[in-house]
Ligand binder design. Sequence first.
Ligand SMILES: Nc1ncnc2c1ncn2[C@@H]1O[C@H](COP(=O)(O)OP(=O)(O)OP(=O)(O)O)[C@@H](O)[C@H]1O
Length: 671
Amino acid sequence: MLLAPRRASRSGGSLSDSPEDAARPAPPPGQGEDNINVVVRVRPLSNKESKAKDNFVVQFPGNGQLLLEGAPLPAGSSSPGSGNASKSRLFSFNAVFEPGATQEDVLNYSGVRRLISMAVEGFSCTVFCYGQTGSGKTHTLTGPPGLFDGQVDPQSPDHGLVCRSFQFLFQQLRERSDFHFVLKASFLEIYNEKVIDLLNPGSARKPLAVRWSKKSRGFFVENLFTVDCEELDDLLAVLEEGMRNRSVGSHGMNDHSSRSHTILTVHIAAERQMSEDGVFISRQGKLNFVDLAGSEMTKKTHSEGKTLEEANNINKSLMVLGYCIASLSDPKKKGHIPYRDSKLTKLLADSLAGNGVTLMIACISPAKSNISESLNTLRYAARAKKIRTKPIIMMDPREALILSLKREVAALQSENDHLRGALRLNGEQLIGDPGAPRAIGSPPPAVDLERLAELEANELAGLVQHYMQENEALRRENSDLFSTREVLMRDQDLVCRENERLLKKLEDVNSVCCRSPIIPARPTFSGELLNMSLAGSDMGAGPLGATMGHDLMASSTNVWVHPVNGGSAGGVGGSTTALTGPKFKAEILEGRHSAKPPHRLPDSIQKELDKRRIGKSMTNIAESYRDRMSHQRHNSWDSSKQGSPGLGDPQAAAPAPVLPAQPHAPQAVHG
Ligand SMILES: Nc1ncnc2c1ncn2[C@@H]1O[C@H](COP(=O)(O)OP(=O)(O)OP(=O)(O)O)[C@@H](O)[C@H]1O
């Protein structure tokens, strides 16, 4: 049975475990630290190694582990007489790529896709390949030798991580249509400690200066050529041009050996309008691809002359890089990091320990003949894995503030939602929706006090905030109610004054009646009777009226007769027409009624009548007046109500409802 070759094993590190994970969102800026991610790629045995029947000394236990068999022990650690002491060494990384891994596997499982996503978000991201000469660094990053000679096929399966990353980058940019992106690219090499612009080398290959920027607090290459890249082809053209111009040489271990370190940088400026009022947010992401020249054992490479000089410079700068990595990875060594000792470390400083996100791809040969170099590379890689960086998004401080405030608002909103959900018990809403306008008169939101103890501190804080908001709303309601009450009190005052005026008038009329010798005492009715008798003719016309009239007159307690002049109603059982009609008037004039002695009611009834006369008539007059005022006020509040009864309207004289005890709804007040 044929088993599919295992090509990559991954640990549960911070790198992606699947292509989908690679595109997961970047962490928020300024939050937490990130270790340098380290993966190892083991190339196949070269033709030369196979011919020499070199042993394959690497094993792949899986889960991101790599076992180096027969690794030599450090000098002095072997016991005397034990010969060439060696032991197997186990290393653990974020991912390990076996010789069968394809270029696409490296893109999918190294975590580079996540890095690209983060660069789009505004982070400074770096991928660098490290390893001895001939271990496959250039192959991993750009592809095999000769790929960029002549016509380049972008779809070639030989393309390395850079070309594939460019394609993935444009895929990401297309998906982020909410941003406007501007891409620029530069490509440089550090050859013999000189920085050369690979896009604009010139015939003299004049070196460029590396300077410190106070603004960005980092090193930069002065006058480095940057190319605007609107399309994928533009980026590929940059890659091709740089690859053609880089320094390549030949030595005993690699016919196409890179004689310099190269750094290809894609600057990703993203701009987005955050709100209608023209607030723009821009971010400056960066993606660096660093192909380090390989460390060389000059004895093995047989370097001499120019190649030897190159090898010395390469080894020297790699040694400084090694010191920096060792210092950064050791938490006890918090002192000086020798970045300034080489151009390479100056330009990689930010990627190694600054605010960037870094992926190191350590490349090794599986051959026993290279075991010492492989061990060195793996030790370097293991050390680098301990380095922690603090990734932050590069943006204008004001823009960063706006963004962080917006994030805060979004977080508070989601916290509010969560809180509302948490306070729902058995489907019953315990607190009101703070966003919804509170109806006046609705009961205050109830909170289960027992559940308060179970709430988290942030939930409690949210609850307090909620009640502060509600307090504010209640205060507003309160002030509305107070102003409504003031209006009502003013109205009541007016009504009372009018009442007093009318009562005084009534008393005046009464006293005139009492004094007049020619006007007989006019019976005064209670308010109820007065109203009924005013409508008496109508009531009497119908069966109901007749009945009521009869009943009323049958009850003499409803009639007050002036005690001085006496009543001429004809006693109990007299008709209403006899009391109020023209016939009654004529009888008076004729002296028939006045001649009769006044009918005296029993004292108790008389007292009751007196009370009712004073109390009831006053109340009814006041009420009917209040009613009119109420109509007037109502009309002035709600002018939209057409046809409401005015003062001249017959209905206005009908018994009016007492002024409402409840305050008027504020809508009417504000309306
Ligand atoms: N994974 C691989 N699969 C197939 N061939 C590989 C692989 N890795 C490297 N090679 C081949 O091995 C040779 C040396 O690789 P490469 O030039 O990439 O090494 P290098 O580490 O960049 O060396 P140097 O430091 O000298 O530049 C090349 O011919 C390359 O195609």
